[in-house]
Write a protein that binds this ligand. Structure first.
Ligand code: PGA
Length: 264
């Protein structure tokens, strides 16, 4: 079963997520991290940068692979996920830029770019810890409902609900891309550990479907039920539709990880 940590408030969920990323680097200075973008992750990176600075933690040996990038946006476009990651994280830690990977949204041949991206993940030895958000429609990365649960990095058309949710990041009159290069669900499932963060009432239905519903391509995040090492960090609102919420809170009161101590 997934480790489901329901935090008393949003700040605590953010801190716990950032702390796990920090610990992954502290535990392995050459860690390969899978990263995510989206509104959920912005405060996580703020917190991570702050904590890394306090701990004087070096990212010099770390390699990162982001989940996805918009097709058609050059790296220097302000709304590209490359720009976003530079602004939120890479500009603030000592990670060499050539160890930070995102698919190139303006690649001449986006399909070839997707295949090369998958190969680059393999060549780096695979992802140790993959950070994930969840879409209101249950998407993972840009794997929209109906995505193959075995899919690898490829081009996907964005669902209407995703376009609507992400339109806020684009200025009036600015054309939002309609396609993305995204790691596949099979790619994500190969990561050794998964760490999902969801916050707010708008995610409650998707979280419940993912954790307690059937495993189905109609809710791509439901595939997490098949991963052997997944932690889901939630705030109160995101947890509000979980049927077994009491049980999860009994196991991890206040969202704290409690280990079974055999003789206590
Ligand atoms: P959000 O996106 O953090 O902006 O809600 C998450 C996602 O769509 O995976």
């Amino acid at each position: 079963m997934a480790t489901i940590l329901i935090h008393p408030d949003t700040q605590s969920a953010i801190r716990a997520t950032a702390e796990r990323l920090l610990q992954a680097v502290q535990g392995d200075h050459d860690a390969v991290l899978g990263l995510a973008t989206g509104g959920t992750m912005e405060p996580v990176y703020h917190q991570l940068v702050r904590r890394a600075d306090e701990a004087r933690l070096s990212f010099a040996g770390v390699t990162t692979f982001n989940l996805d990038e918009y097709v058609g946006l050059a790296a220097d476009h302000p709304q590209s996920y490359r720009s976003t990651m530079n602004r939120l994280l890479f500009d603030h830690v000592d990670i060499p830029r050539n160890q930070t990977y995102l698919p190139r949204g303006d690649a001449q041949d986006p399909s070839a770019e997707a295949i090369a991206y998958e190969a680059a993940i393999e060549a780096a030895g695979g992802i140790d810890l993959q950070l994930l958000g969840i879409g209101r429609n249950g998407h993972l990365g840009f794997n929209e409902p109906s995505s193959s649960l075995a899919s690898r990095t490829r081009i996907k058309k964005l669902a209407r609900s995703t376009l609507e949710a992400n339109a806020r990041f684009f200025g009036a009159g600015e054309r939002m891309p309609t396609h993305a290069i995204t790691m596949g669900i099979g790619t994500i499932m190969k990561a050794r550990k998964l760490l999902m963060l969801a916050m707010g009432a708008s995610k409650a239905d998707a979280v419940a479907a993912a954790l307690e519903g059937p495993v189905t391509a109609a809710c791509p995040a439901s595939i997490l039920q098949f991963h052997p090492d997944v932690t889901v960090v939630l705030d109160q609102e995101a947890a509000s539709c979980l049927k077994l919420r009491d049980f999860y809170e009994d196991i991890h009161p206040g969202g704290q990880e409690v280990y079974f101590a055999g003789n206590s």
